[in-house]
Design a protein around this ligand. Structure first.
Ligand code: NAD
Length: 465
């Protein structure tokens, strides 16, 4: 699976992208191309920047900065990569993942390349150090060093601080939450043929009901919105309601679907499915579908065919090399991934449904402990364990570090260090087939040996060659 440096994209796509038919459209905002002089000036400015740009952090002096130019990553041999250990079981899974990632890089490049880690803070550790759960230092460090990785972070339910994950995604404009879901042989699964599920989910990450526009019941803000809706818009919202707003924009939808289609083309995937609840929420979810098709037709017409065209013009036979773009209603999609998983390949969907569907799919291939993820924007990328902090297991060296390890492999692919990523996939597969697994998989497997988080990592490293 490829996320940043895909296998040489079809020549045609490369030409298509550089002709500006896709890239050019976006070049007004964050994606503007920079001249060599601008790049040199930026580099000089970065080098000249005093350490004091951070309040409490000192970046390592023995690594180099990853840069993104013309949408392409430039990765030095010793890139500085910020990491956040995370709350709860972060203390268990981060050291395990770090060990496996380092071993894979060492095995693949024999010292020619090495990650230079840089600890940054969010969550409880940040609160202790800075008096806030998400310090500016952390945002600045991710922006500056371009690629980062994190463990899980606590979010209080029904009050307290806002979700740190959601805030980071919005602040850094990490608009695509990319979650590959694939099966490793030997992992216990609740379905009969888990190997049939091999999908990559592109979940919109910045808006929908996750935009954080919420008004608590009984507050003047909630009352004002309710009064406006009832008096000016002819609605009948109960006066004792809490209010949440669901914005879905052309901008966010199109850039997400564009990313999903480019991924599908580069990785020879056969379809892109737009998942929505547009039959009920017509102007948000329904619009997501319509704008998704617009991107597909207007920007990728040479590469795609819609499902309607497939049936009406091609008698159901996909012309060679074409990607089928189709759409499904969200509730039906939850059935489809169980009943006909092999009919789906890349899936693009709004935020809330994407959150639900990615966990449901992960459950089919071994649970959250094995589900990797990355939040990817145009400027930066933040890879993360997709599960939460599992507080009751924190510090017990028990939980499965697979999610963060696989997110690390995704990060290596993003850097273009594919040989190292492959080492991780193979060694993880071997370890599972040898039946050395953590408690979550052990309780579902026959004749397996239960190992601690740290031992699982050691076994994976031992299986690397
Ligand atoms: P959770 O993911 O922490 O736990 C859900 C279930 O999965 C639990 O039964 C747990 O035992 C199991 N589980 C989780 N990680 C596992 C692992 N590595 N190996 C094996 N089993 C594992 O979800 P929750 O209990 O709903 O949330 C706990 C906290 O985590 C909350 O504060 C929540 O907001 C936060 N959270 C954070 C993220 C994130 O940082 N990306 C994601 C989800 C939840």
């Amino acid at each position: 699976m490829e996320f940043g440096h895909a296998p040489a994209p079809a020549k045609e796509l490369r030409k298509h992208l550089t002709q500006g038919r896709v890239a050019g459209r976006k070049s007004r905002g964050r994606l503007q191309y920079k001249s060599p002089k601008q790049i040199a000036d930026r580099k000089q400015a970065q080098e000249a920047e005093p350490v004091s740009e951070f309040e409490k952090l000192t970046p390592p002096s023995d690594g180099e900065i990853i840069e993104k130019r013309r949408k392409k990553l430039h990765v030095p041999d010793r890139p500085i990569i910020p990491f956040i250990v995370g709350d709860g079981t972060g203390v268990d899974i981060w050291p395990a993942a770090k060990k496996v990632i380092e071993a894979a890089v060492e095995k693949a490049f024999q010292g020619r390349k090495q990650i230079v880690w840089f600890q940054i803070y969010a969550g409880e550790a940040a609160n202790e150090l800075y008096g806030t759960h998400l310090p500016e230092d952390t945002i600045k460090a991710i922006e500056k060093f371009v690629v980062a990785i994190k463990g899980p972070l606590t979010t209080p339910v029904g009050g307290g601080h806002r979700s740190l994950n959601v805030t980071m995604r919005q602040r850094l404009d990490l608009y695509a939450c990319v979650r590959p879901v694939r099966y490793f042989r030997g992992v216990p699964s609740p379905v009969r043929r888990p190997q049939k599920l091999d999908i990559v989910i592109f979940r919109e990450n910045t808006e929908d009901v996750y935009a954080g526009i919420e008004y608590k019941q009984g507050t003047p803000e909630a009352e004002r919105v309710i009064t406006f809706l009832n008096e000016m818009m002819g609605c009948t919202v109960r006066p004792d309601s809490g209010i949440g707003i669901k914005p879905i924009s052309i901008t966010a939808t199109k850039r997400l679907v564009r990313k999903a289609i480019i991924y599908a083309i580069q990785n020879h995937r056969c379809s892109v499915t737009l998942v929505h609840k547009g039959n009920i929420m017509k102007y948000t979810e329904g619009a997501f579908r319509d704008w998704g098709y617009e991107v597909a037709r207007e920007e990728f017409g040479r590469f795609i065919i819609t499902e309607d065209d497939l049936l009406s013009q091609y008698d159901g036979n996909v012309p060679p090399g074409k990607i089928v773009v189709k759409d499904r209603i969200a509730d039906s999609m939850f059935q489809q991934v169980l009943l006909r998983p092999d009919e789906y390949s890349v899936i693009a969907l709004p935020n809330l449904n994407g959150d639900y569907l990615s966990d449901a799919c992960a459950a089919q291939v071994g649970g959250l402990g094995m589900a990797p993820g990355g939040n990817i924007g145009d400027a930066t990328a933040l890879f993360e364990a997709t599960h939460g902090t599992a507080p009751k297991y924190a510090g017990k060296d028990m939980v499965n570090p697979g999610s963060l390890i696989l997110s690390g492999a995704m990060m290596l692919e993003y850097l273009g260090w594919k040989a190292a990523a492959r080492k991780i996939y193979r060694a993880l597969q071997r370890t599972i087939l040898q039946k050395f697994v953590t408690y979550d998989l052990h309780r579902l497997m026959k004749n397996a040996t239960k190992v601690a988080t740290s031992e699982f990592a050691d076994r994976i490293v031992g299986n690397m060659n």
